[in-house]
Design a protein around this ligand. Structure first.
Ligand SMILES: NC(=O)c1ccc[n+]([C@@H]2O[C@H](COP(=O)([O-])OP(=O)(O)OC[C@H]3O[C@@H](n4cnc5c(N)ncnc54)[C@H](OP(=O)(O)O)[C@@H]3O)[C@@H](O)[C@H]2O)c1
Length: 326
């Protein structure tokens, strides 16, 4: 099969190789998926760059993808043959991800997707959509809440706005850095978009919430925005942090304790079975209902994996970068 791999950490163009590898066989309990689309997430370039130890001597990157089940390992329900699926955690604590024509992985890591959903959109679900779902369902969920989605035009943020609305948030605000991003956030359902580079975010949030602040912040950059929390959170509010530009984050203890605030950290790769099942069930419901917007910003062929990594790292794309695997 055609695949992209790396055998050492380093810059994308130095270490990513596009070539031929043996097609894997599904072990017991596994399915073999013919990959049609492979999603590229920030975590993929960070891992390739060396933020995590190599999972094996050779790694095929990318945890997200979508395709069709072509072969079943022993013990897998025969009805799954030919099923269109979206894939999660393909390259989390496993060497071979979705940047290949085929991936063999546990049957549970390939979720059924409706015929109406494109493979490109299916390749955005494992990390961006599930992260967004966890961010708006953890700690009691968003029903009736005022929610601020930081980075509302990002891959995760764009889903978070939509899910917060569908799950009954009373008000969804988003921060953005341009008018184009504001449009995208409002198009996803945000009641207002605040340009965090040009406006006083705290003052705008207070104004838009009648002085009360928001019940929940869905945070893309905790290190960049932690200082805002006391000014934007309502009493007993929570910040659900899924990203941070810096690894060390300083918290202003006084105003945080006086407000009774909480910070929830989570990583989608490590969702426990219960929350994962809850998020997958909600996603299946939303996909069946239809109308969900998936922002596939750029598609490129598998052979251009290195360019795709650099594009995601540059952070200039508004939405997801997806490799197509013809
Ligand atoms: N915990 C998890 O499980 C998990 C899952 C997925 C992603 N992540 C992490 O979350 C981050 C975002 O991932 P993504 O795929 O959504 O990336 P993305 O598509 O690049 O989106 C990031 C968005 O955040 C905005 N942004 C950046 N810094 C900001 C700040 N200080 N305040 C407000 N907005 C800001 C960016 O736009 P501007 O730069 O124009 O503002 C962009 O719209 C990455 O660090 C990723 O590693 C974590």
């Amino acid at each position: 099969m055609k695949a992209v791999w790396y055998e050492r950490n380093g810059p994308a163009r130095d270490v990513l190789v596009h070539g031929e590898m043996p097609t894997p066989e599904p072990a017991a309990g596994e399915v073999l998926v013919r990959v049609h689309a492979s999603g590229v997430n920030p975590s993929d370039w960070k891992t390739r760059g060396g933020s995590r130890p190599m999972a094996a001597a050779r790694v095929i990157p990318h945890s997200d993808g979508a395709g069709v089940i072509e072969k079943l390992g022993a013990g897998v329900d025969a009805a799954r043959l030919g099923q269109r699926v979206w894939i999660w955690n393909a390259q989390w604590k496993r060497p071979f991800g979705t940047a290949a024509e085929y991936v063999a992985l546990p049957a549970a890591q390939a979720g059924a997707m409706p015929d109406s959903l494109s493979f490109e959109a299916g390749a955005c679900l494992g990390i961006p959509a599930l992260t967004a779902l966890r961010a708006v369902t953890t700690d009691g969920g968003v029903a009736g809440q005022s929610v601020l989605v930081a980075g509302g035009a990002g891959a995760v943020g764009h889903y978070a706005i939509q899910f917060a609305k569908r799950l009954g948030a009373a008000q969804v605000l988003a921060t953005v850095s341009s008018e184009a991003k504001a449009e995208q956030a409002r198009g996803a359902g945000a009641d207002a978009a605040i340009d965090y580079r040009r406006e006083d975010v705290a003052a705008r949030v207070r104004e838009l919430t009648g002085g009360r602040g928001v019940d929940r912040v869905v945070e893309v950059d905790l290190s960049g925005n932690v200082g805002l929390l006391p000014a934007v959170l309502a009493p007993d509010g929570i910040c659900v942090a899924y990203g941070s530009a810096e690894r060390e984050v300083g918290v202003n203890f006084g105003p945080m304790i006086l407000g009774g605030f909480a910070i929830r950290f989570f990583i989608v790769y490590e969702l426990a079975a219960g929350p994962r099942a809850e998020c997958e069930a909600l996603l299946a419901r939303f996909l069946a209902e239809g109308g969900l917007q998936h922002k596939v910003a750029v598609t490129m062929p598998l052979s251009e994996c290195a360019a795709a990594h650099d594009l995601v790292q540059a952070g200039t794309v508004m939405g997801n970068v997806v490799l197509t695997v013809p």
